[in-house]
Design a binder for this molecule. Structure first.
Ligand code: PGA
Length: 251
């Protein structure tokens, strides 16, 4: 089954308003005509209302880096799916390793956050990935399997089809140390086989699995050539048009 590649920039806690506006305008000029790749950017919450009108009528989508599991109420510091939906967001990243590491995110919470995204018609980008210690202890497949099982526990196949999964080995994030295409493909294939067991073959074939971790213009093509790699979640190289544009136009 042909899956439309999806490349999303995760700006993390970077770019204030003027820098974000400059970048988005450059991306519009360069990427508006791209149709064979779905392109998105995820700015910080405060910049989303600025980016939204700048991307009106553009093929470039935008989203948030997190979403609350609840829809409203006493959740200081959180932002709900409804609030993101009203800004026109398409995506919500959930379970990024930085949230797992610094903010105590668990698979159970990630599951609930992703479900909240679906309630508001946002595509959850569900992040999983092992640490260096876990890889060295040969625990990669066990860890990633448990994360995917936990994040999708209780989901129907129809719900799962609306998600994107991002496999991001923690040791490759922001380190310049990219997984080899073979290393990434091996994990992606395990995730897809797991999705077949959890749901069904058709669902597993339709879910897009992004790779993330030091994706750059010079390594994106060989990663994307792998049969189970359907896109990229990009941190550092999404902050400058001179990096992100050639990365999206990898072919
Ligand atoms: P990086 O970040 O591209 O800077 O390694 C990827 C991510 O954290 O999504």
């Amino acid at each position: 089954m042909a899956r439309l590649p999806v490349i999303v920039g995760n700006w993390k806690m970077n770019l204030t308003r003027s820098a974000a506006a400059d970048l988005v305008q450059q991306l519009r000029t360069e990427l508006d005509a791209v149709r064979d790749v779905e392109v998105g950017v995820c700015p910080v919450f405060t910049v989303i209302p600025l980016v939204a009108p700048l991307l009106a009528g553009s093929a470039i989508r935008f989203g948030a880096q997190n979403v609350a599991w609840a829809d409203s109420g006493a959740f200081t510091g959180e932002v709900s799916g409804e609030m993101l939906r009203e800004l026109g967001c398409s995506y919500a990243i959930v379970g990024h390793s930085e949230r797992r590491q610094h903010f105590g995110e668990t698979d159970e919470r990630v599951n609930a956050r992703a479900k909240a995204a679906l309630r508001w018609d946002l595509t959850p980008i569900v992040c999983v990935g092992e640490t260096l210690k876990q890889r060295e202890a040969d625990e990669t497949m066990t860890v990633v399997t448990a994360q995917v099982q936990g994040c999708f526990a209780g989901w129907t196949a129809a719900e799962a089809r609306r998600a994107i999964i991002a496999y991001e080995p923690v040791w490759a994030i922001g380190t310049g140390k990219v997984a080899t295409p073979a290393q990434a493909q091996e994990v992606h294939a395990v995730i897809r086989a797991l999705l077949t067991r959890l749901f069904d073959a058709g669902t597993a074939q339709s879910i897009r699995i992004q790779y993330g971790g030091s994706v750059k213009p010079d390594n994106v093509e060989e990663l994307m050539a792998q049969p189970d790699i359907d896109g990229a979640l990009v941190g550092g190289a999404s902050l400058k048009a001179k990096d992100f544009v050639p990365l999206v136009k990898f072919k």
